[in-house]
Write a protein that binds this ligand. Structure first.
Ligand SMILES: Cc1cc2nc3c(=O)[nH]c(=O)nc-3n(C[C@H](O)[C@H](O)[C@H](O)COP(=O)(O)OP(=O)(O)OC[C@H]3O[C@@H](n4cnc5c(N)ncnc54)[C@H](O)[C@@H]3O)c2cc1C
Length: 460
């Protein structure tokens, strides 16, 4: 350790209680990568502050030495955003894990960043209310991490992404000062909307030390219907009819023919008939009119030539329908050994074209390009299966992914609908955003973080 590094660690030891610093190499190495598995260097130290004041002390030390700071939630991120950079202080928020207040009148909760999404959702339910964001990682992912990535989930078609549930934030800025971004009221147009800038900024603008999030009325029980279709176009036509109905479904998910074939091979108990080319699942959680919504799903299925459909009236039955979606990832990963997992979003009207392009890429490049996901909001997760021991197939898989990204962009879409940029998708940003927009974004970063110590080399 250099003398500067020792001085930083000594200063952190002085500022934080015993037991809240990790410098042991082995332990540190096990904590410096998110689920992407990648990191841009070795961290110097990991700290676990227990309060906003302790976070401020850590940031002031980093500011004084120009040391990079990388915030960490549960490290479930898929883009490298929470992974170490060289010489970084990793700021782990797991000790700041209290739900401070649930206010039924104002319909909000005030929480520390280390609370998991599931803990908040359960506390809201106990209070007769509802926290809508539902990333599949909810059991582990933290409020701080999901705010910093603006996480999505299956229910976005009805409730929007995490941003739609964030009222205000307490953040620690790069110079160590703590500020609240706005009032907790539903409405506020006072000044520029800094809350929205911090949401989705992947720890590059500020550290979130407290969040006020909006809660909704508890929804009705979830009920759903799924259907198998003879073609992806038929499924997409049914999906568009369901998505644009007077009351939108809570969930609308699609699987394509590659996914169905992989699932058929992976788990024969799931009964996937060989003539099915697409699968659709629609869920309602309406408190009133759920029967009509379900009947509407089934009418759309029938109108677009569904081969069969199944209805789920109870949570157990619905779990049975979701089982098909849950095995998708292991089924396709297991097909050839590994897979690229994409995260594109396109306007709903462009779904047909992107699906056709994926089929053309599969044919031309001889790899499996499977299109699945949240068809209701246009965010889908292409899975490109390949054999990592076959160099040529690996090259073709990456070529297919590059072409798919380029086509999504041309169709007015984005390279990342929910998983973020981190370090993994930085290159694609230049394709998607104009130089002027990139410049503006960097100017905003410089205004928040003039020394560039907050998660450098990520997001922008
Ligand atoms: C099985 C699985 C399923 C998933 N499903 C979904 C899904 O459905 N939808 C979806 O959107 N994502 C999903 N993800 C990705 C991931 O869960 C989300 O990106 C999530 O928001 C990350 O939360 P985290 O607490 O793990 O944060 P981390 O991965 O630790 O960090 C993510 C980013 O947030 C920053 N950060 C963390 N805490 C703070 C803070 N307090 N202040 C400032 N910045 C902070 C980090 O620096 C980093 O940039 C999934 C991941 C897995 C492994």
């Amino acid at each position: 350790m250099t003398s500067t590094a020792s001085r930083i660690v000594d200063a952190l030891r002085e500022a934080l209680p015993a037991g809240s610093i990790v410098v042991d190499e082995t332990e540190l190495r096990s904590l410096e990568r998110d689920r992407s598995g990648t990191a841009r260097g070795w961290a110097l130290v990991l700290v676990r502050p227990g309060s906003t004041t302790e976070v401020q002390a850590v940031v002031r030390i980093a500011d004084a030495h120009g040391t990079p700071l990388v915030a960490q939630g549960a490290r479930t991120g898929l883009a490298g955003a929470g992974s170490a950079v060289d010489g970084a202080i990793l700021v782990d928020f797991s000790r700041m894990n209290r739900i401070l207040r649930i206010d039924p009148l104002e319909r909000l909760a005030v929480v520390q960043p280390g609370v998991t999404v599931q803990e908040l959702a359960e506390a809201a339910t106990e209070a007769g209310l509802f926290y809508a964001p539902d990333p599949v990682s909810a059991e582990w992912a933290t409020i701080g991490g999901t705010i910093a990535t603006n996480a999505g989930g299956m229910r976005c078609i009805k409730y929007g992404v995490t941003r739609e549930s964030v009222r205000s934030l307490e953040v620690v800025l790069a110079d160590g000062s703590a500020v609240r971004t706005r009032s907790d009221t539903i409405k506020s147009v006072a000044g520029l909307d800094l809350t929205s800038l911090v949401v989705g900024s992947e720890g590059t603008l500020a550290l979130v030390t407290e969040a006020t999030v909006g809660l909704r009325s508890a929804p009705g029980p979830a009920r759903g219907a799924s259907a198998l279709f003879p073609s992806i176009d038929a499924a997409l036509a049914a999906a568009n009819e369901i998505a644009t109905a007077a009351s939108p479904p809570a969930v609308l998910e699609l699987l394509d023919s590659f996914a169905l074939a992989a699932i058929r091979d992976y788990d024969s108990t799931l009964e996937m008939p060989g003539d099915a080319r697409a699968w659709l699942l629609a869920v309602t959680d309406a408190r009133a009119g759920a029967d009509e919504e379900l009947a509407g799903f089934e009418r759309a299925f029938a109108a677009h030539g569904a081969l069969s459909s199944a209805r789920a009236e109870t949570s157990e039955e619905l779990d049975g329908l979701f089982a098909v979606r849950r095995v998708l990832q292991p089924a396709l990963d297991g097909y050839f050994g590994t897979a690229i997992h994409g995260d594109l979003a396109v306007p709903r009207a462009a779904l047909g074209e992107i699906v056709a392009h994926a089929a053309e890429l599969s044919e031309r490049l001889g790899v499996i390009v499977s299109i699945n996901g949240h068809v209701g909001d246009g965010n889908f997760h292409p899975i490109i299966a390949f054999d990592p021991d076959d160099a040529d197939q690996t090259r073709r898989a990456h070529e297919a992914h590059r072409e798919l990204l380029a086509r999504a962009h041309r169709l007015g879409g984005t390279v990342t609908g929910e998983h973020g940029i981190g370090t993994e998708k930085l290159e694609a940003l230049d394709e998607e955003l104009s130089p002027r927009v990139r410049e503006l974004q960097r100017a905003i970063k410089a205004a928040f973080d003039p020394k560039g110590i907050l998660n450098p080399g990520k997001k922008l």
